[in-house]
Each structure stands twice: as C-alpha cells, then as structure tokens.
Design a protein around this ligand. Structure first.
Ligand SMILES: Nc1ncnc2c1ncn2[C@@H]1O[C@H](COP(=O)(O)OP(=O)(O)O)[C@@H](O)[C@H]1O
Ligand SMILES: [Mg+2]
Length: 275
C-alpha cells in the first residue's frame, strides 16, 4: 500500500475574542494530529460538531496555515509550499462540502460551475472543456442537458452530484468530503455514498470522508479516526472501531446514531442494527 497523505503532529490554534470578560481566548482546533491516508482508500474522520474536522481539512488543503507539524502529500512535504508548487498540489486535491446550495453560485450554469476549475487553471479550449463537462455529468449520473441549467433547477442530491463533478474536473488524487451528505435525506445519502464508491473505483480516488455521523462513515470507510477536542482519540479499521471501540467517547458516538449499514457486511449483525 502506498501512502498518499501523511500528517505529522499538526497543530492549529485560533485566538477568539469575546467571552464574558471580553478577553482573548485560544481555541486549540487541531491538536497534535498525526494520520496516514493510503492511496485509493477512504479514511473516515468522525467527531462531534466543533471538534476540529473542518479546520483539519483546511490545513490539508493549505487554505489555512498550520502552526506546527508537517503535511506530506505523495511523499512531498507541502507544509510550506507556495506559488506555482502549491498550485500544482492544489490541483491534485478537491473538496466537496455539506451545502451545495451555498457552494454553487446560483447565477452560473452547471456547465460553467463544473468547468470553473479548468478555466482557473487554464486547461483546454472552450470546446475541450465542454466535452469534459459532458463526461463529468455522465460520470456523476446527470443527463447531458443539465449543462445548460442553473443550480435551483435541481434537487439537493442532484446538486451534490454537480459539486462532485466539479471536484473531479481536475482529476484529483484526493477528495475531501466535509459533511458531504449530511444535509440530504437518508435515501439520497445512500445514493450519493454509492456514487462516491463507484467513482473511487473508476478514478482511483482517495477520500478523507468527514462526518459527525458515524453510521455514514461506517458505510464508506476503510479506516476510521475519531476526533475530539482537536485530537485524534482513537483510530483503526472500521470493524475495530465499530465492534471493539476502545474509547468511551467512541461508544457514546456509536450509541447516538442508528446504523444504516446499507451494503457493508456487518460481522456483528444484530448488534445495534437499526436497518
Ligand atoms: N476561523 C476561525 N476562527 C476562530 N475559531 C475558529 C475558526 N475556525 C474554527 N474555529 C473554532 O475551532 C473549533 C473547531 O471548529 P471546526 O473545525 O469547524 O469543527 P468541526 O468541523 O468539527 O465542526 C471550533 O471551536 C471553532 O469555533
Ligand atoms: Mg465542520
């Protein structure tokens, strides 16, 4: 197995003003996080709201600078990259967010939305980009005539397919899904999760799959890391985390959600099975 992404002792704090006495407070959003993400695998990152998941993803994407620690991507230390070298790495990573309503500009047609990363990176002629948009629409299960429409003409699940098509545009190796299905109905969630699994096989994708919902993570992940208060408190294979959780916190998270278990084989059938 080849390691695609490795995080070593990553740290990030925010100073926030406010509180009762208006003083400066420090939030240690990411606290000494070390993780390994293997190529073509999915690492589920799970934890309660506010535990630091999105902050960690922003550090990986180099959208926000880390205070200390290292980020290695394809063996290269990208922690301090800038300029052209950073742009090259960013081309190889993409994000899908929770809210496709917010992340898709309502005034842009689907063709422009999906082609935007290609335009930004100066890739292809108009003709070539149009062909690529059709390919991407097909890959995410949307009809070709979706290209000329606007986001509001689609359902929530379809909009998330558009966001996924855009994430795929630059043929990235890593896709970070940050609560990507959290806003969707359970049945639509399952469709999008199945699509993500198909795309992973087809395009050799590696996923960091972030969710506060353990049952969603269980369905898609090979390995799971549990985050609490900025730290990774437990990590292991899906079976280890779900069947023999070591931390009380993980057991609490498990108890909080019904398990959907859509297609994954469950060795402990019957235990906590709500499907
Ligand atoms: N830009 C920021 N400025 C100040 N505090 C922040 C910022 N971003 C995140 N935080 C704080 O860091 C902590 C982790 O937030 P976040 O990474 O969004 O958690 P999660 O994605 O797990 O819900 C929270 O306490 C949040 O308020
Ligand atoms: Mg978040």
């Amino acid at each position: 197995m080849t390691v695609l992404l490795e995080l070593r002792h990553l740290d990030k704090s925010f100073s926030v003003s406010g509180g009762l006495f208006g003083g400066e407070q420090k939030v240690h959003a990411v606290n000494d996080v070390s993780l390994v993400l293997e190529e073509r695998c999915t690492l589920g990152l799970v934890g309660e709201s506010g535990c630091g998941k999105s902050s960690l993803s922003r550090l990986i994407m180099r959208l926000s600078p880390s205070d200390s620690g290292q980020i290695l991507f394809k063996g290269q230390d990208i922690t301090a990259l800038s300029g052209r070298a950073l742009r090259a790495v960013r081309r190889d990573m993409a994000m899908v967010f929770q809210n496709p309503y917010g992340s898709l500009n309502p005034r842009m047609r689907v063709s422009e939305l999906i082609a935007a990363p290609l335009v930004i990176h100066g890739i292809g002629s108009y003709q070539e980009r149009s062909v690529r948009v059709r390919q991407l629409l097909d890959a995410v299960g949307l009809p070709g005539d979706a290209a000329g429409k606007f986001p509001h003409e689609f359902s929530g699940g379809q909009r998330q397919r558009i966001a996924i098509a855009r994430a795929l545009a630059l043929k990235p190796s890593l896709i970070i899904c940050d609560e990507a299905v959290s806003a969707l109905d359970v049945s639509v969630q399952a469709q999008i999760l199945n699509l993500l699994a198909d795309l992973q096989a087809e395009f050799s994708l590696t996923y960091l799959f972030i969710s506060h919902n353990l049952s969603v993570v269980e369905h898609v992940s090979d390995r799971v890391a549990v985050m609490r208060g900025g730290r990774i408190v437990e990590s292991g294979s899906v079976d280890e985390i779900f069947n023999v959780p070591k931390q009380e916190y993980t057991r609490t998270l498990l108890a909080a959600v019904p398990r959907i278990g859509v297609t994954r084989q469950q060795p402990s059938a019957g235990k906590g099975d709500a499907s």
